[in-house]
Design a protein around this ligand. Structure first.
Ligand code: ZN
Length: 239
């Protein structure tokens, strides 16, 4: 099996500033995500952060990435347009992108979707139930029906995104709201999966079913081998 090169890009700001987040994620949110994704067969993991040179998103780094996993929240605006465009272009070229939780308002995701990604929210440590609405999809392999996260932030509809190509999960929350919490899109040759859970103050990325979804999604989002499509002027006909 060929290596699957996964880059975990974590904004890395909550961990610097908030002792409560450090207690939940001693190795950072990126560290917990990487630990989960090590279960993917043949995975080769690399960590990147906003404070790295070129924001961890250089042409070279992206060229060596098959699947980019992205967590961000408070510093969306610090990601430069140039960095976000590089991510966008690499997705169009075939790189998979897994967008987590509050990264629904990140620049690369907004550039790819063409919408604001805004939603309703409430941080009250509510129970979240994730209902599988696309059984047999590769992203829910090994899961059955639904699973529960005891304490999470609530996200509610309406969420400003284009109609997903495939809807995998709908969440319901103790307060009554619902949310499209697992969605797939393609842009160009790249596959994009948005997965809702993962507020920084809850240990969500240690949850076994959440980890299973992350691993399944990384495999699903892997680039499909094959020649790229040909474009441009054709001076003669095909025959
Ligand atoms: Zn949050």
């Amino acid at each position: 099996m060929a290596d699957l090169r996964i880059t975990v890009w974590n904004e890395g700001r909550h961990e610097q500033k908030d002792e409560r987040v450090r207690r939940v994620y001693p190795d950072g949110i990126g560290g917990a995500l990487a630990a989960a994704l090590r279960e993917v067969p043949a995975a080769v993991l690399r960590a990147a952060r906003l404070d790295d040179p070129e924001q961890g998103l250089s042409e070279a780094a992206l060229a060596e990435t098959d699947v980019l996993v992205w967590w961000s929240h408070v510093a969306h605006a610090e990601v430069s347009d140039e960095s976000a465009r590089r991510v966008q272009n690499r997705v169009l070229d075939g790189m998979g992108l897994i967008v987590l939780h509050s990264a629904c308002e990140s620049k690369p995701f907004r550039f790819l979707m063409g919408t604001t990604g805004r939603l309703k929210w409430r941080d009250a440590g509510e129970r979240e139930i994730l209902w599988i609405v696309k059984p047999k999809h590769p992203i829910v392999q090994g899961l059955d029906g639904h699973f529960v996260i005891e304490r999470e932030e609530m996200y509610g509809e309406y969420w400003d995104v284009p109609e997903p190509d495939e809807l995998i999960f709908i969440s319901s929350f103790a307060g009554g709201e619902v949310f499209r919490s697992g969605c797939c899109w393609t842009r160009g040759a790249g596959k994009i999966f948005y997965f809702r859970p993962g507020h920084e103050s809850y240990p969500t990325y240690f949850h076994p079913q959440v980890r299973r979804v992350l691993c399944n999604a990384a495999r699903w989002a892997a680039p499909v081998p094959g020649a790229p499509p040909a474009f441009g002027n054709r001076k003669t006909g095909w025959l």
